[in-house]
Each structure stands twice: as structure tokens, then as C-alpha cells.
Design a protein around this ligand. Sequence first.
Ligand code: SF4
Ligand code: SF4
Length: 431
Amino acid sequence: MFQEKKMSEDYKEMWANMGLDLEAHDALLEVLGKGYQDIYLAQKNRPEGMGYFDFVMSEVHSLRIKELLDEKAAGRKVIGAYCVFVPEEIVLAANATLVGLCSGADFATEEVEKFLPRNTCSLIKSSFGFKLGKVCPYLECSDMIVGENTCDGKKKSYETLKILVPNLYIMDIPQMKSPEGRALLKAEYIRFKEAVEELTGVTVDADSLKKGIEIVNSKRKAVQRLMRLRKAIPVPISGLDALLANQVFFYDNPARFTDSVNKICDELEARIEKKEGVFPEDTPRILVSGCPMAVPNWKLPWIIETSGAVIVGEESCVGERGTRNLTNDSANTVDELIEAIADRYFNIDCAIFTPNPDRLNHILEMAETCNADGVIHYGLQFCQPYLMEAIPVEKALEEKNIPTLRIDTDYTMEDVGQLKTRVEAFVELLK
Ligand code: SF4
Ligand code: SF4
């Protein structure tokens, strides 16, 4: 999969023109292709609609990049982002395209550790590795890259990334859910709107902002529908496939993505009607909570779903934390619509906020609505915000008699055997 079949000379030329290191890029695609084959295509009884996502993944560095380059040739700008706090509504309103910069795999680690301490989370290291290794066409085709001041690791690493990525724009993010924090977020969104207007030469008005909100809300509604349907008993879609839809959310064309997710939902409704599941009805149901899993970080979900359990929800930014809320589009002025955007994003309960009681409430609520038998808390090593929250989360879940397993890991495959043993023991306990 991935580019194996599509490695035409055209694409090679396109990648070379973007400054990618072709040898390193080929090596990356080969590893990703094999991973996708072994993890995704080895699954049984997948919804037919997942064929679209297999296609997207097979073209992720080729056709989608070609589309973005065509958009750029027609005068549209591309903006890359590392976090769900960057409002796509504003980007679309300025006639630009937002892409997520995935950061889900290790690359050029030795080189990265010349810039970052070894004990930095895999996600941050990955963002550097993709740049230093010259293997990410999304990064290379972005006209502006947005780094946000969320955790200390990201915030400080952007000071160094700025040397490697001169078009890095820094967005400040509040750390407390106070009126002052809310005002800061709104001010930052106004400043971002102005920066995007300057980049694109397009002035954002109320109509374009409303249109941007509508497009992003439609995308979120489709994913919310998918998230509701996957909670059925028996489960009509694997957690791996549902996660893939959440991952593709960040870089596909929004309208096409929305249609494709809605098609899968139609299929899932028919499956639910027939009580057709991807796993037997009594398969233990797991809610995964914690750090985001960007493409191609499928390690833990793959371990869980090959250990006799099924994932029924992700409390994650690549999951319900990222898509839970819609933006109110009823206002009629730019200022009021930016207010509505700030309101929507201010609800995101990322662990960088202190205190952060909403996240705990959402985990409890999701465990209930997903009929989860247990929760696996996923923390990346050296991620202080999520690893620190994992302890009170586990305590609160166990007080409600919800078995919880805390996993700290990274992007390497070195701990797969050990993780599998722990997950299998946890699944046995749930049975
Ligand atoms: S976990 Fe926090 S920092 Fe990471 S993408 Fe989500 S909101 Fe952004
Ligand atoms: S995983 Fe944790 S440490 Fe890493 S970027 Fe996200 S919040 Fe920061």
C-alpha cells in the first residue's frame, strides 16, 4: 500500500522539487506501507466504505500532495498545524487549506537528539525528525506552519524549530479556564486571522467565516455520527478503522471527507440493524484515553484489538476531544463569529490546562455512553501533562469500579511484547 504502486516518476519528480530526500522518503513509505498492510488490511469484515480510507492512505504522499500543489498553483495557500487549537474555520474563510502535520512516527532520531533532549516526548521529536529527515511533503508545501504554546515541551521546542522552519507562526494558548484565559484565546484568534489575511491577501468577512464554520461543523457532525454508531453492541466497526477516520480528518479535502464518513455511517446503520459486528458481541470493550495518536501511530490500538478486545472510543484530540463541540454559526459579524469560535475551542479539555476537571468528567461520561468494560490510559513517555493526569484519572475511574490500565510508551516497537502481555492480562481481567 501507500505509494508502492504509485511510485511513478512523476511523483518522484514532485517530491524532489519539494526538497524531499528521496532515499529517506522511500524508506519511510516502505515501512508505512508494510505497517498498514499488517495492521489495517489484515483486519476482517471491514465496512466497504473503508476502501476510501485505504485509498487515501495509499495516496497520502502523492495524489493528496498533488492536489495541494495544484491549489497552490491556483493561488491558494496551505497552512500546517500541530494542534487542534488552530481554528480551521478561519483558515477556510481566508480561502486557504489547513493540514495536520502528523508527527506520529520516529524519524532521524539521532539527528533530532542534537536539537532536543533525549527525554522529549515522541510527538515533538517526530515533528523535528520529519523536518530534519526531509520526508514530510505536507511540511514542505505549507506556506505557514502554526506552532502553539500548549505544553512546555512544544513551547520551548518551537524556539529551536523556528531555526529550521522560518515560516513558523507562534500562537499563544491560555493555561487556565479563566475569563482572562478566554480573552487571551480570542485575542490570539484575531491576531491569527490577521496573519492569515496577510498571507493570503484575502479579507475574512462574516459570510466567508460562516461558510468556514459550516464546512468544519459538517466534518465534525459526520465524525460525531460515526462515534455514536460505533458504540452499538455488537460493534459495527473496529477501533482501528474508527481511529483512521479521525486521523484522516486532519488532511483530507473537508467536503470529500465528510461524504466518505457519512457513507460509512450509512453502512454501519445497516450493520446495526442486522446486528452484524466486527467482533463477537461479548468482546471486552475498551475506551482509550490520553495523548493524541497521529498517523501512523497505531501501535497500542493494534495491540488491544489483537489481544481479544475492541476499542469503542478515543478520549483524545484525534478522537472525541478534538471533534466533540460544534461552532455556533448564528452570529452575523466577524467579531461575534470569532467569539463563537473562541467559545468552541476554549472547551477543549487538553491536559495543559490547570485545573482540568472537564477532562475527567468527559472520560467518565464516555466510559458510560460507550458501555466500556475498561479504560486504557495512553501516555507518551516524558509527556508531563497527560502522565500527571493519568494518576487522578485512574483513581477516579477505579472509584467508579471501572478497571483502568495505565500505559506509558513511545513510538518505538521495542516494548510491543511487554505491552501485549500487560494488555492481554487486562483483557482477561475484564472477561
Ligand atoms: S493534546 Fe493538547 S497540545 Fe496536543 S493536540 Fe490536543 S490540544 Fe493540542
Ligand atoms: S504528547 Fe504531551 S508532551 Fe508531547 S506534545 Fe503533546 S502534550 Fe506535549
